[in-house]
Design a protein around this ligand. Structure first.
Ligand SMILES: Cc1cc2nc3c(=O)[nH]c(=O)nc-3n(C[C@H](O)[C@H](O)[C@H](O)COP(=O)(O)O)c2cc1C
Length: 184
């Protein structure tokens, strides 16, 4: 089983990207995580250009989502909402509506912030966007605030409760992906 990881942060030393890579430490045997690395290359969405040639980074993201059994999004919160670039990328992926690779795709959302609240608004917005596009989204959030103290070098939370919540989210995501592949 393959999970596609998508970080909403473009920053080299991103806490969110660190958590995304860290989740590998909790995945059971036989489940792999590939991280999409081309988010910064996605141009601004423009409906006038939608019928023209799909930009290469958009095509790469659509193909990566189509080939994955599940999507794991880890996002910071910017000004109470999603960072623009990841929303922009999902707007591209959502079109054309009839063929979006997100339709029915199992997905889960995590988030890390440096402040107290753990990007919960951004996580809620991300779940809303993914549900709107048609993904099958795990109804859980993982609020990891004060990232500097909360995340270990291995990318996993230091608090046991947070690790348990993270494990439960990953388990549910893997179960959804398993059910979907059985139904196919
Ligand atoms: C433009 C901008 C807006 C931000 N707005 C919020 C916010 O609304 N809520 C919050 O908890 N943190 C906010 N932060 C702080 C982020 O939590 C912090 O920069 C975090 O490290 C970003 O994640 P990253 O390390 O994965 O890049 C903001 C940061 C930036 C750069």
């Amino acid at each position: 089983m393959r999970i596609l990881g998508l970080s909403g942060s473009l920053r080299r030393d991103s806490y969110n990207t660190r958590l995304l890579h860290g989740t590998r430490g909790l995945l059971p045997p036989g489940v792999e995580l590939d991280v999409f690395e081309e988010l910064a290359a996605i141009p601004p969405y423009d409906e006038d250009h939608e019928q023209l040639k799909t930009p290469p980074a958009v095509a790469a993201l659509k193909a990566a989502i189509a080939e994955a059994d599940a999507l794991l999004v880890v996002t910071p919160e910017y000004n109470g909402s999603l960072p623009g670039q990841i929303k922009n990328a999902l707007d591209w992926v959502s079109r054309p509506v009839a063929t979006t690779p997100l339709r029915g795709k199992p997905a889960a959302v995590l988030g890390v912030s440096t402040g107290l609240f753990g990007a919960v608004w951004a996580q809620a917005e991300m779940r809303k966007v993914l549900v709107t596009i048609g993904a099958n989204v795990v109804d859980r959030e993982l609020p990891i605030g004060q990232a500097e103290e909360a995340l270990g070098e291995d990318g996993l939370p230091l608090e046991r409760d947070a690790v348990e919540l993270l494990s439960a989210t990953l388990t549910e995501l893997i179960e959804l992906a398993g059910e979907r592949s059985l139904a196919a």
